[in-house]
Design a protein around this ligand. Structure first.
Ligand SMILES: *Cc1c(COP(=O)(O)O)cnc(C)c1O
Length: 394
């Protein structure tokens, strides 16, 4: 007798609209009670006789994991996906799936700090060599490629200055030199950018950010074709950076609103960028949606929306710490991409360990603030910033 397994519906597959996919793809059917949402399966122990799949959470094959991975794959338009206990678990596992002792990786300059540390602190131990590019042009990438290069790694838009890497340029180089192209797509989210469609091999996410979206989930994801996912799976099941099914379930719930959240965040970020751009207390605004952004044309080519992240430099008459403290609605906060707007000083947090001189060189000055636009009403966000300016200047 074969066990009746609950069906993981892919009822709204790739050809449906964004919000329909977000809401329905990967729902685990409630065969017993016909409830509206996926049941939560928390077992770490499943039957092995007369079943099609021998399930165990670390093998990425519990019903809830499979469901949310179908949703992710549909959003990035890849064959498959895997979810992890954090963005860094997804990143480290994926890189170790394509790199072995003696190999080399080219990474773009200005990456997420955790990724930089992973490479700079640990890869020597495994005799994996690496080069960081000196800029984001084709020449910058091509000149770092060696005989033994196996992976090109990018992150766009970048943190905190929202520089945009030309994805098609990187794809062409990866094809020319027969290496695996990997992108950290966290800042854009699949709503704004689908790199796999542009030819990137492996798409990574810190699901802690937009995919989770409520500042209460730590998770990571990787989306790719079957062959690449298979390789990552074999490393992942041994490294064991899996996500608890409780959190998997919460992630599926959160992703139902991904499309409408990110669109609201895009709109707020654009309006805030315009407002700040015209403000006399602001020296510079970094947002790919501004026509004055040096990478605006590349962003227009490869992004559907310009994202919810922006940075701005206050002029020297105003202290960024005092300004942040005056904000009532927008919270100074380490992370990003939640439904609530948050603000952060990169020089004091994410880039605090860099020497002052290096920070200056990269443009991460002490008066730079990074803003993660939430979904609040734009009038209230602008009023909050306006009153903070007034109360800081006095
Ligand atoms: C936060 C973040 C990560 C790391 O993700 P965790 O979930 O914190 O492990 C990686 N890349 C980017 C761009 C991030 O913002």
């Amino acid at each position: 007798m074969s066990q009746q397994e609950p069906e993981i519906k892919v009822i709204m597959a790739k050809k449906k609209g964004l919000n329909t996919i977000c809401t329905h793809t990967g729902e685990v059917e409630d065969t017993n009670y016909k409830g509206a949402v996926s049941p939560l399966y928390i077992s770490t122990s499943y039957a092995y006789e007369n079943v099609d799949i021998k399930r165990y959470p670390r093998y990425f094959n519990t019903p809830n994991q499979e469901g949310v991975c179908k949703k992710l794959a549909a959003l990035e338009q890849t064959d498959d996906a895997l979810i992890f206990g954090s963005g860094m678990a997804a990143i480290s596992t994926s890189l170790l799936a394509f790199l072995r002792s003696g190999d080399h990786i080219v990474l773009q300059q200005s990456l997420y700090g955790g990724t930089y540390n992973l490479v700079a602190e640990f890869f020597d131990n495994y005799h994996i060599s690496y080069s960081f590019t000196k800029g984001l042009t084709k020449e910058n990438f091509e000149s770092e490629i060696q005989e033994n290069t196996k992976v090109i790694y990018i992150e766009t838009p970048s943190n905190p200055l929202l520089a945009v890497t030309d994805i098609e340029m990187v794809v062409a180089l990866a094809k020319k030199y027969n290496v695996v192209s990997v992108i950290d797509n966290t800042f854009a989210s699949p709503v704004n950018q689908q790199p796999f469609i542009l030819g990137i091999d492996v798409v990574l996410h810190s699901a802690t950010k937009y995919l989770g979206g409520h500042s209460d989930i730590l998770a990571g994801a990787v989306c790719a074709n079957k062959e690449h996912i298979e390789k990552i799976f074999h490393v992942g099941k041994n490294l064991g950076g899996n996500l608890s099914d409780y959190t998997v379930w919460l992630l599926e719930r959160s992703m139902k609103t991904l499309g409408i959240r990110v669109k609201a965040q895009n709109e707020n970020a654009m309006l805030l960028a315009n407002y700040l751009n015209e403000h006399k207390m602001v020296d510079h605004v970094y947002y790919p949606g501004l026509t004055t952004h040096p990478d605006h044309e590349i962003a227009k080519k490869q992004m559907k929306g310009f994202g919810g992240m922006l940075s701005f430099e206050l002029n020297t008459d105003i202290d960024s710490v005092a300004f942040s403290e005056q904000l009532q609605l927008i919270k100074p906060s380490m992370s990003l991409a939640g439904v609530e707007s948050t603000i952060l000083s990169p020089a004091k947090t994410s880039h605090a360990l860099l020497p002052e001189e290096e920070r200056q060189k990269q443009g991460i000055v002490s008066n730079l603030l990074r803003l993660s636009a939430g979904i609040e009403d734009i009038e209230d966000l602008i009023a909050d910033i306006e009153q903070a300016f007034k109360n800081t200047i006095k």
